[in-house]
Design a protein around this ligand. Structure first.
Ligand code: HGY
Ligand code: MN
Ligand code: MN
Length: 399
């Protein structure tokens, strides 16, 4: 199957026809369909699919039994954010299969195994922790904490894994798999407008994290409760959202509140509690930390007059990732001096960089929009990405 045929086959999976946005959450039917697609494409190419205990998959290309300790891993993820675009994740996986086809067509002689990875729950859209699959694989999250993570319906990660036929007690670092991988090169649609050429190479991922605010008030009737008698959590929640933008402007960072849960959520009821998630990122750790601290302080000041409680919990944090310099420069050289640029988006390649040399290729996104149906890459640039990945894999894994 060509790139465009694979792309067309995936395109309708989990897509909301009304909005064009994708809803492919870990182990929900659309994401399971994407997983089945991955296994089919691997089988079509006689690639051996390894399922690690954490829900990650690797399709191996290596004649003989398994691989040695220097495989070149590529690939990305298949899950999406709510209402996400078509390219974030799948572009890297489809391009990887197409690159293997191109290497075979040119009769490339493998000297190192090539693996195509599809990492679980990269967006953290179901269980709240970004890159959950690669964090578990690399030992970056306590397996007990991961098992207890819950989705919006209160189902735990352990329950969902069990229902998907996996053993939740087996999750955790997989040093054997990591030990077989020499480097990981992830191709990804660029999530911004900085890239002016079809393909670029990543230099770094800025520090970024997610925090959960819990505002505790008192539910009551919207019509019969006098204002002075209210303990309305919506008010400090609103104050926190405004404070997030102001703190980000003050500190040269970005802060986003894109998800909130109001209980009970009745039009005619004063809320009893509000849970809201803050995503904060910036050029340096201390600027991000300062931003969050100022937002937390502002939320508490806003809560006091309303006798509302405020709890803040850090759900995930990733320090700055400087991609492996030698690998980055070798790849940029293979691509004839492709532009090198940082990103504000987190990736599995960022998480795995703590355990092995990783690198990223970016494919130009003319809209600069991501995590939205407007996310895009021109067909010619998609193919330029495949050509670039093919050249990189040829250089790294073939004689
Ligand atoms: O949130 C991110 O930065 C990435 O898209 N998971
Ligand atoms: Mn994303
Ligand atoms: Mn992504």
């Amino acid at each position: 199957m060509s790139f465009e045929e694979m792309w067309a086959a995936l395109l309708p999976v989990g897509r909301d026809e009304a909005t064009g946005g994708y809803h492919r959450f870990a182990w929900t039917p659309p994401e399971l369909e994407c997983r089945a697609w991955f296994v089919d494409e691997a089988r079509r190419r006689d690639l051996h699919v390894e399922h690690d205990p954490n829900g990650n998959m690797v399709a191996w290309w290596w004649p003989g039994d398994g691989s040695r300790g220097d495989a070149v891993l590529t690939g990305s993820h298949l899950d999406s954010v709510p209402g996400g675009g078509a390219f974030d994740g799948p572009l890297g996986v489809v391009s990887a299969f197409a690159a293997v086809d191109a290497l075979r067509e040119r009769g490339a002689a493998l000297t190192r195994p090539i693996g195509i990875g599809a990492f679980a729950e990269e967006e953290g859209a179901r269980f709240g922790v970004a890159c959950l699959g690669s964090r578990l694989l690399s030992g970056a999250i306590d397996p007990a904490r991961a098992r207890a993570l819950t989705d919006g319906d209160g189902r735990t990660f352990a329950e969902v894994m069990h229902n998907a036929g996996l053993d939740p007690d087996a999750i955790g670092p997989d040093d054997d798999l990591l030990g077989r991988i020499g480097c990981f090169v992830e191709l990804h649609v660029e999530q911004g407008r900085a890239l002016r050429e079809p393909v670029g190479v990543a230099s770094a991922i800025v520090p970024h994290g997610r925090w959960r605010f819990d505002f505790g008030g008192e539910g009551n009737h919207a019509g019969t409760t006098a204002l002075p008698d209210r303990r309305d959590p919506m008010l400090p929640f609103a104050g926190m959202v405004i404070a997030a933008r102001e703190a980000a402007e003050r500190n040269g960072t970005v802060a986003t509140v894109g998800k909130a849960r109001v209980v009970p959520g009745g039009v005619n009821a004063v809320a009893s509690s509000v849970t809201a998630w803050l995503d904060a990122r910036g050029p340096a750790d201390e600027a991000v930390r300062r931003t969050v601290k100022q937002i937390d302080e502002a939320a508490r000041v806003a809560a006091r007059p309303h006798r509302v409680s405020v709890d803040l919990a850090e759900e995930s944090y990733t320090e700055i990732v400087d991609f492996d310099l030698a690998l980055r420069d070798r790849i940029a050289g293979t691509l004839g001096g492709a532009p090198v640029l940082p990103t504000g988006a987190g990736h599995d390649a960022g998480i795995l960089s703590a355990r092995l040399p990783t690198a990223m290729l970016f494919v130009r996104n003319p809209t600069g929009v991501s995590h939205d149906p407007a996310e895009f890459a021109e067909p010619a640039d998609r193919l330029a990405g495949v050509e670039a990945l093919t050249a990189v894999l040829d250089d790294l894994a073939c004689g």
